[in-house]
Design a protein around this ligand. Structure first.
Ligand SMILES: [Zn+2]
Ligand SMILES: [Zn+2]
Length: 93
């Protein structure tokens, strides 16, 4: 009678499951294009000195030029100097 003993020394064999991720290289040009678009949508040139000014916050049409020499205030919607009419008409647009 022969007792067959199975030695389980193959427990940790072939367990090196290093799965390789196919890293897709995101094309930089793609999101560069997108950020350009964002800048276009959120900035407008100052009607006075033409430097691009970022729109601050949602809904506020009151733009103010950051240039110390300029400080021109205008309406985002009309592109005209800030006035009381604009404050009423465009405020919650
Ligand atoms: Zn300006
Ligand atoms: Zn306006």
């Amino acid at each position: 009678m022969e007792a067959q003993v199975w030695t389980s020394d193959d427990l940790g064999s072939n367990s090196s499951s290093g799965y390789s991720v196919d890293e897709q290289v995101v094309e930089g040009a793609c999101w560069e294009e997108a950020s350009k678009d964002t800048i276009k949508k959120t900035t407008k040139p100052c009607p006075h000195c033409q430097i691009p000014v970022e729109k601050n916050g949602e809904g506020c049409m009151h733009m103010k030029c950051p240039q110390p020499q300029c400080k021109f205030e205008w309406c985002w919607t009309c592109g005209l100097e800030w006035n009381c009419n604009c404050m009423g008409d465009d405020w919650f647009d």
